[in-house]
Design a protein around this ligand. Structure first.
Ligand SMILES: [Fe+2]
Ligand SMILES: [Fe+2]
Length: 181
């Protein structure tokens, strides 16, 4: 990122990065890294993609940074679960940072790619229900956050390649056995 772009990015998100509640995310483990680091990567990639796709740069930077803004891990609280944490993060973003409706909506739909994966592998988190309509991003900025989260997550999980591949293989086998009809 050039110096000028970095300044622009910092200007959009510095209040979040220095906020005491957001700094709490440094304590939470996420994809083998901290939630803070993961969110910052998603925000920076969203910002770069937003520049390329002529999106609202303030919105992609802020929604990217706040897309996983919930406290604790996904297992600690039912509100932080696999498909409920986007709503929790969106509500927290409104409460602590007064985000716009477009930003709140982009945060709420950032797990769309997981909903698609669930349609292919119904065995994954089968107790959590989700519809494509509900999770489909409603704006260009929403699609950018979703894509960035997917790419960053894959890059982060790549460090655990063997475990990741093994888990996918196990899920595939269960999927075939349980849903072969
Ligand atoms: Fe997430
Ligand atoms: Fe994420």
């Amino acid at each position: 990122m050039t110096k000028r772009l970095k300044c622009e990015f910092d200007e959009y998100v510095c209040d979040i990065l220095n906020n005491e509640y957001f700094l709490e995310t440094k304590k939470d483990l996420h994809h083998g890294t901290s939630k803070y680091e993961h969110s910052l990567r998603v925000a920076k990639l969203s910002f770069r993609l937003g520049k390329y796709l002529k999106a609202d740069l303030r919105s992609v930077a802020r929604a990217g940074l706040l897309h996983d803004f919930f406290f604790g891990t996904r297992k600690e609280n039912p509100e932080n679960s696999y498909l409920k944490h986007p709503v929790t993060a969106s509500n927290n973003a409104k409460k602590y940072f007064n985000v716009t409706e477009k930003e709140a909506e982009a945060i709420k739909t950032h797990m769309f790619h997981h909903v698609l994966i669930k349609k292919i592998f119904p065995f994954i988190n089968r107790h959590e229900k989700a519809t494509i309509k509900e999770f489909k991003p409603k704006s260009k900025e929403g699609w950018i956050i979703c894509l960035s989260d997917l790419l960053v997550s894959l890059m982060e999980c790549e460090r655990f390649q063997f475990t990741y591949t093994f888990n996918v293989a196990v899920l595939l086998v269960f999927n075939i056995i349980l849903f072969k009809n």
